[in-house]
Design a protein around this ligand. Structure first.
Ligand SMILES: Nc1ncnc2c1ncn2[C@@H]1O[C@H](COP(=O)(O)OP(=O)(O)OP(=O)(O)O)[C@@H](O)[C@H]1O
Ligand SMILES: [Mg+2]
Length: 478
């Protein structure tokens, strides 16, 4: 991926220079503007991935800049830097499309983190998702099987409507890709697309994340906050893992779907919002309803347009295309000679159960590619990678400390292995966390989930996933 282009609008020379130095070191191509009006012109006429601007500047203030720039380029993320005393203005700006604001003085890592999130969120909007193709730069939904043809047809059918769409499918089947494809083919394609992962945000914070809050709404709410619904106004909101939303937030969501208004937490004002919702979940919602975890009325609201993504094992004919696609894509990324797959390797791929679906296939190809060193990938290499990726599960459950594991993975990564250290480390950490919590709670899941501040449903899922709970054996997949 080429280096992201950043426009820094800041009139204070010295602060501009020190920010520029830090941002450049983090791989951004930085352009500088010393005035608000100049910054606006450049942002409108040139191509940037993110704009970082001061609030108080000669020529034009940050708030006006946000208004005009967001109207001209709604998909360009703007990060505001604001001094104490002007926070209200900065908050106002988030209502008009600013991605986020930073309160001065801020630490550089904070800036880097926010700018990184802004660029990632912009890429979701601007990086085209091609359906049925296999272009390796950009994003493609690969697969020509009949079930996938049906999916493309459905995407085409629902994209142009304003309908709420629910995307269902097992983990790793491409729900997020499909959400982006729908957005990009919709009438709102030029407006913002904002993604919220409901499972990644603690229940107590999700409500405020979505709907915002007024100052003093709860302990710690020392500033007003504009929620994602308001930020996504006229655009699209992607509610990922909607099955993990608490019953209370579900009720609030239902109300938005019905009345098209929101109330901030602790607020009374009805704020009209015009937002198209795309939701996704891998959960069995019918079961969740039976267990009183998911509201039936919300389910019926969401259920009018449903897109079901087939698991990989039901479309094995796509595996050669997918494997070829990933192998070309990662060869390019890792600067390796493009590797094909040997026929026995392809045959082996076709026989696997793929509980992790396309994501799992993607990971295996990536790792096998490193072993193959430019020669066609062999069956043994795939088997070796598959055996290895099954391993940490047992290791972390037993003796090895997380630190030892992290050290080992980092060493492998340093030596060139393409392993997802971040994901693996978090999984290992989570495993320990849940094991300790459930042990301390002597098996009482309600207690343990309260301590961790996760839903009961999440608790159950994790315990099951980490094998910490006796369960009826899963049905065999092969
Ligand atoms: N048909 C496909 N063609 C190419 N890549 C795909 C396809 N489906 C999924 N992927 C890739 O697999 C990975 C997982 O896809 P995605 O994140 O969309 O899955 P998901 O259904 O949202 O999974 P989860 O339920 O775990 O969130 C991503 O890297 C994505 O790019
Ligand atoms: Mg997903």
């Amino acid at each position: 991926m080429s280096e992201p282009k950043l426009l820094l609008i800041e009139d204070d020379r010295r602060s501009a220079q020190s920010l520029e130095r830090v941002l450049k070191a983090k791989g951004y191509a930085v352009s500088l503007a010393g005035r608000g009006d100049e910054g606006l012109e450049r942002a409108k006429n040139e191509t940037f991935d993110v704009v970082v601007t001061d609030l108080r500047m000669p020529g034009m203030g940050g708030l006006e800049l946000v208004r005009l720039l967001h109207a001209a380029k709604p998909r360009l993320p703007i990060v505001l830097m604001t001094a104490f005393g002007t926070t209200e203005t900065a908050i106002e700006a988030t209502k008009h499309g600013a991605f986020e604001y930073l309160l001065k003085p801020f630490e550089m890592p904070e800036l880097i983190e926010v700018v990184g999130r802004a660029v990632a969120s912009a890429r979701l909007m601007t990086e085209p998702v091609e359906m049925g193709g296999d272009k390796i730069d950009g994003q493609a939904i690969v697969g020509r099987s009949r079930p996938m043809q049906m999916v493309y047809k459905e995407i085409g059918r629902v994209a142009g409507t304003a309908a709420t769409v629910l995307i269902r499918g097992e983990t790793g089947t491409g729900k997020e890709l499909v959400a982006r494809a729908i957005y990009q083919h919709s009438e709102r394609a030029a407006k913002p697309f904002i993604a919220v992962n409901c499972a990644a945000i603690p229940e107590t914070l999700l409500e405020s994340e979505l709907f915002g809050h007024e100052r003093g709404a709860f302990t710690g709410a020392d500033q007003r906050r504009i929620g994602r619904f308001e930020q996504a106004h006229q655009g699209t909101l992607f509610l990922d893992e909607i099955g993990d939303m608490s019953a209370f937030t579900q009720a609030k969501l239902l109300r938005v779907l019905q009345d098209k208004v929101i109330q901030r937490v602790g607020g009374k004002e009805n704020i009209p919002v015009d937002v198209r919702i795309i939701a996704a979940t891998h959960r069995d919602l019918e079961k969740a309803i039976a267990e009183k975890q998911f509201r039936e009325d919300l389910y019926y609201r969401l259920n009018s347009v449903v897109l079901r993504l087939p698991p990989l094992r039901e479309r094995v004919e796509d595996i050669p295309d997918l494997a070829g696609y990933f192998s070309r894509k990662f060869s390019k990324e890792l600067n390796l000679a493009a590797s094909a797959l040997q026929p026995e390797a392809l045959a082996w791929l076709g026989e696997q159960p793929w509980p992790g679906n396309v994501r799992e296939l993607e990971n295996i190809i990536r790792q096998a590619l490193l072993l193959s060193r430019g020669y066609p990938i062999a069956r043994q290499q795939l088997e070796a990678v598959a055996a290895k990726s099954a391993e940490p599960a047992s290791v972390a459950g037993g003796g090895a400390s997380i630190e030892a594991l992290i050290d080992q993975w980092l060493k492998e990564a340093k030596e060139g292995a393409s392993i997802d250290v971040h994901a693996k480390a978090f999984e290992a950490m989570e495993r320990v966390l849940f094991r300790h919590a459930i042990e301390l709670a002597q098996g009482n899941q309600a207690k343990a989930s309260r301590w961790l501040n996760v839903s009961r449903q999440t608790m159950r899922e994790k315990l099951r996933a980490f094998g910490l709970k006796e369960e009826a054996p899963e049905e065999g997949r092969d």
